[in-house]
Design a protein around this ligand. Structure first.
Ligand SMILES: Cc1cc2nc3c(=O)[nH]c(=O)nc-3n(C[C@H](O)[C@H](O)[C@H](O)COP(=O)(O)O)c2cc1C
Length: 200
């Protein structure tokens, strides 16, 4: 029986909802699935496959970056999938991260205003920029997929400086962009890939 870890980092507490939905789908075939906060995971070796997810918090959440760096040798020996939650996403060339398949919520991703001249924000929020972050942090790990989904932003969950940042600098929209059918569909598609050996 498969023994899958779904580990997540979070800033304001909402990415656990995404991790839990993914775990539910992965467990439909009877697989044992553990949902854990990354900070509580000491080893990945007990697991036959690992899913790691985290929000963009001016870069992929620092705890996720540190985790994949620290465990990259072990993660390179099992099938791994990454997911990213965010509030803004700009469509760019889907092949720009090479061989790793990227799955984006089609209702969440937006085209740039001018494809020939991306703004600073569009370059930062580009699919290719977001997807490259876990890959750069742990180049030995070749994930079977990277899912990028709309997240959730609620002012009352944030620290004062974070409120200023998201409102003034990032101009993010408030509310939930969680798209459960899309998130669950990704998990269903990824599920059989997590049974295979990792790609070399
Ligand atoms: C301080 C801060 C920085 C953020 N930075 C980004 C970002 O760089 N790009 C983005 O698309 N969303 C950004 N977001 C939005 C979060 O990624 C989104 O709200 C996510 O769902 C939060 O997940 P969490 O509740 O698990 O922390 C930011 C939110 C905060 C509070």
């Amino acid at each position: 029986m498969r023994n899958i870890l779904v580990a997540y980092a979070t800033n304001s507490g909402t990415t656990v909802e995404v991790a839990t939905a993914i775990a539910e789908e992965l467990g439909r075939d009877g697989s044992q699935v553990d949902v854990r906060k990354l900070e509580d995971v000491t080893a990945v070796e007990p697991y036959s496959a690992v899913v790691i997810g985290a929000p963009m918090i001016v870069g992929w959440h620092r705890a996720a970056v540190n985790f994949v760096k620290k465990h990259q040798q072990a993660l390179s020996r099992v099938p791994v999938a990454y997911f990213i939650t965010a509030m803004s996403l700009t469509q760019t060339n889907p092949h720009s991260t090479g061989v790793v398949p990227i799955y984006v919520d089609p209702g969440f991703v937006k085209p740039p205003k001018n494809a020939n001249r991306l703004s600073l924000k569009e370059r930062y929020t580009a699919v290719s920029n977001y997807a490259s972050q876990p890959l750069k942090a742990a180049p030995l790990v070749k994930p079977v997929s990277i899912g990028i989904f709309g997240g959730k932003l609620e002012l009352y969950r944030l620290k004062f400086l974070q409120v200023l940042f998201v409102l003034l600098m990032f101009r993010a929209q408030m509310g939930s962009l969680h798209n459960w059918p899309v998130i669950r569909q990704w998990a269903t598609q990824v599920s059989p890939l997590l049974a295979d050996k990792p790609r070399s």
